[in-house]
Design a protein around this ligand. Structure first.
Ligand SMILES: [Fe+2]
Length: 156
């Protein structure tokens, strides 16, 4: 069922919808991973890492909404269901249980790195098909790379 007519050709829409859907699941999973670690972090750096993780949650949630609504605006139904996120996220599974602060930082470096790699691929893939969506991916990548920098700076 098509409710919203897309301004894009079918070929361009296929490229862009795959990129938006991939970004959606990565960002939803990033928000879940950051919350999981936010709740489970322990150690001397608890407070700073605990608070920093909620900044990532806020960024991931805001951007997941942006990419989902961009898909809707193009006439593509966004799929943010848990089963879909679990099946297609680019972030590896996080172990259950308490997480030492240094390991929490490492988990976020890895998770952000994985999402950034895929987001940069989306920037490259969507430039011709839809520069408007590409612009979203560029902005999202910039925000994620800022947080990636800060967690890496805590890893030394
Ligand atoms: Fe909290």
């Amino acid at each position: 069922m098509y409710v919203v007519k897309s301004p894009l050709s079918d070929a361009d829409l296929k490229i862009v919808s795959e990129a938006l859907q991939g970004a959606l699941v990565d960002l939803v999973d990033l928000s879940l991973v950051a919350k999981q670690v936010h709740w489970n972090v322990v150690g001397p750096r608890f407070r700073s890492v605990h608070l920093q993780l909620d900044e990532v949650v806020d960024v991931a949630r805001a951007h997941s909404d942006t990419v989902a609504e961009r898909a809707s605006a193009l006439g593509v139904s966004p799929d943010g269901r848990a089963v879909t996120v679990a099946a297609s996220s680019g972030i590896g599974a996080v172990a259950e249980g308490w997480v030492k602060d240094a390991d929490a930082v490492g988990t976020l470096v890895a998770a952000l790195g994985a999402v950034i790699t895929r987001m940069r691929e989306r920037v490259a893939a969507t430039g011709d098909a839809d520069p408007v969506s590409q612009d979203l991916f560029i902005g999202i990548t910039g925000d994620l790379e800022k947080h990636h920098w800060m967690f890496q700076a805590e890893s030394v």
